[in-house]
Design a protein around this ligand. Sequence first.
Ligand code: ADP
Ligand code: MG
Length: 147
Amino acid sequence: DDSMERTLILLKPDCVQRRLMGRVLARFEDKGLNIIAMKMMRVTPDLAKKHYAEHVKKDWYPALEGFITGGPIVAAVVEEMLGATSGLKAAPGTVRGDFSSSRQMNLVHGSDGPEAAQREIALYFLDEEICANEPAISLWLRAADEG
Ligand code: ADP
Ligand code: MG
C-alpha cells in the first residue's frame, strides 16, 4: 500500500555498542510499525556526508562523522501501520528520552518526513532489499472504516 508512510531508522553506533538494538527495535514493533528492510553495516565518510548534507558545513560535523562512522550501525525501513493521530510521532523521541543522556549519542536516527525518508532510504537500500509485507495481524490493529 503506497499510502503508508515509510521512514528510515538508523540504530547508531552507540546503540549497537550498548546492546540496545533489541530493546529499541521492540519499541517500534510494539508501537505497530512494520519493519520492511533491515541490515547491519558501516557508514562510510562519503555516505555520512550525503546523509548529513545539511550539517556538513557546521563546526561539529567532523565530530558527527567520526561518531556515525565509528562502529557498525543497523539501518531499517519501517512502515507506519497506525495513523499519525495514534501518537506515533512521539515514539522515536521516547527512545532518546528513556535511554540517552547525550546530544550526539542519541541512539537512533529517524527521517524528518516523507521527502527526507525517500531520499535517505535510497542512500541505504536498493529497491529489491525492501521486503514489503502485510502482517496478518493488521485486521486487529485498526477497523476497516478507519482508512
Ligand atoms: P536529529 O537527528 O534529531 O535530526 P540534527 O539533524 O540536529 O538532529 O543533528 C544530526 C545528528 O548530529 C544528531 O542526531 C546528533 O547525533 C548529532 N549532533 C547534533 N548536534 C550536535 C552537536 N552540537 N555536536 C555534535 N553532534 C551533534
Ligand atoms: Mg535532522
